[in-house]
Design a protein around this ligand. Structure first.
Ligand code: FMN
Ligand code: SF4
Length: 479
């Protein structure tokens, strides 16, 4: 362990009542949050394989709402109706009844103190890391370049050799020899599993993304509204399609890549389409990165420019995250897919007590502050949300007082103890079950297994966060 989580000096109820953290915030003229506390999106892998809401999902969100944060953001929910395992989907009307149960439970269990938002995501295909034998037998497209490279290596003519022989010869090469013959993307497909990129514009479905995504996002927004959500968070962060458009690594030559105006063009078009599909009273914000945290990726200066563009275009809030990219992900085991939170950028996204430097607590606040300052300098009042190792009252309150953000998001601390906001607000901070920041939960997420927390999942029969067996307050619906 490199860093310890210090003891906290919890506030009295009076101090909490005077705090900025527990003061209301008008997110839009028609949406005032009861406090500046926020549970950001966390995928728990509890949907059905068809992407439908389960009782387990409903219990999960009800549990977070019972802690009465200002906002609960429902996990990244796919805007397309395509098979994607137990991730929630919103790409068809048939998902609405289930999603409505989630929006309803958030409102009911919080006694109306918590707003229900939903994160909308699009992602590109990623394949599992293949068995090398299968890769050479089936997946690799044999090209004249492979034949020429083999000819140079072996000193014999491979031009007219049957393809099965070429495949067998390539499979027989050792790691270093393969690295000489295969192209960079082919090597990546072998070592990590094939991954599509927004720059693969030779593929028609990738070239067409700017044509199809605004409508897909807009339709999903309209469904979210019909399901009873108070707001929508467009997922422009981490390793997914929209963040890849914003990235400095996006070199598309069709006007949707290259310099910043090109990279931000599709996110702006999606925003406009979504706004047009929603009632003015429905909140529309996004999550974006204040730093990609990968070599050659966008940094905080890009983030400042992007945030100002999105703010001018009418984003109601900007939630800031960091890293979480595929580019530096650890090599997965054969048969598993790469996971964007395993490399240095992943550690920036969900910092643990083992992280280098200053430690995990409030690690992203200086960058979040830079982005918020850029918005204010541009004359924009767009509220910002910061996340990353915010696990105590003092740090959260300081972040707000010092202008690092307008709202404080805590993912893992809320998972460790969904009642923690309520406990702190009511002067029972000493009873908070504190997150250890060791990422047992994230390891489950990585294996696409039902996410739980090491602090409560071994309690008998427990699948959803519970309250220590000590009911602190009457349930919200009895108050
Ligand atoms: C299990 C798990 C699932 C997550 N899923 C999402 C997600 O669906 N969308 C997202 O934007 N971030 C996701 N995150 C990242 C969190 O929202 C948050 O940004 C990150 O954990 C850092 O905040 P924390 O230090 O308070 O945990 C996830 C985090 C965890 C632990
Ligand atoms: S599993 Fe560990 S890191 Fe995750 S919420 Fe629980 S205590 Fe925190």
């Amino acid at each position: 362990m490199k860093h310890a989580i210090p003891d906290e000096d919890w506030p009295t109820p009076e101090e909490a009542a005077r705090s900025r953290l527990f003061s209301p915030l008008a997110l839009t003229p028609t949406c005032t949050l009861s406090s500046r506390t926020w549970v950001p999106a966390m995928v728990p892998w509890r949907a059905t394989d068809a992407g439908e809401v389960t009782a387990d999902n409903v219990a999960w969100y009800g549990r977070f709402a019972a802690g009465e944060p200002g906002v609960v953001v429902v996990e990244a929910t796919g805007i397309r109706d395509v098979p994607s395992g137990p991730l929630l989907r919103i790409g068809h009307e048939r998902y609405l009844d289930g999603l409505k149960r989630i929006a309803d439970v958030i409102h009911e269990r919080s006694g109306g103190r918590t707003r229900a938002f939903i994160q909308l995501i699009d992602f590109l295909a990623i394949r599992r890391r293949p068995e090398p034998a299968r890769f050479f037998e089936r997946f690799l497209a044999v090209t004249p370049e492979h034949r020429r490279a083999l000819a140079r290596r072996d000193g014999r003519d491979w031009e007219a050799a049957p393809e099965t022989e070429v495949r067998a010869r390539l499979a027989a090469l050792d790691e270093a020899q393969r690295a000489d013959i295969l192209g960079a993307r082919e090597l990546e497909a072998l070592r990590m599993g094939h991954r599509e990129r927004v720059t693969d514009t030779h593929l028609p479905h990738i070239a067409e993304l700017p044509k199809v995504l605004p409508q897909l996002f807009a339709d999903a927004c309209a469904r979210a509204e019909r399901a009873g959500f108070d707001g929508v968070e467009l997922h422009y962060a981490h390793a997914y399609t929209m963040a890849s458009f914003l990235s400095r690594l996006n070199t598309r030559g069709d006007g949707y890549g290259g310099g910043l105006p090109g990279r931000v063009r599709l996110p702006l078009e999606v925003l406009r389409a979504c706004r047009a599909a929603l009632r003015p009273s429905t909140v529309l914000g996004c999550r974006m990165l204040c730093d990609e945290a990968i070599p050659g990726g966008s940094d905080v200066d890009d983030a400042c420019t992007i945030a100002v563009e999105l703010g001018h275009a009418g984003m109601d809030f900007i939630s800031l995250s960091r890293g979480g990219k595929f580019e530096d992900a650890r090599q997965p085991r054969i048969g598993e897919a790469a996971y964007p939170y395993t490399g240095p950028s992943g550690h920036a996204c969900m910092p643990t007590i083992r992280v280098d430097g200053d430690g995990p607590l409030g690690r992203n606040l200086p960058l979040a502050r830079r982005v918020r300052d850029a918005l204010r300098t541009a004359g924009l009042a767009t509220p910002t949300v910061a996340a990353g190792g915010i696990v105590g009252f003092r740090l959260a309150e300081r972040a707000l007082q010092e202008g690092a953000c307008d709202l404080v998001a805590s993912a893992r601390q809320s998972l460790a103890d969904p009642d923690w906001w309520l406990k702190v607000r009511t002067g029972r901070g000493a009873e908070v079950r504190r997150c250890k920041l060791t990422n047992y939960c994230e390891a489950l997420d990585q294996r696409h297994r039902r996410v739980t927390c090491q602090l409560w999942d071994r309690l008998p029969g427990d699948d959803v966060p519970r309250d220590d067996g000590r009911r602190l307050l009457p349930p919200p619906w009895n108050r």
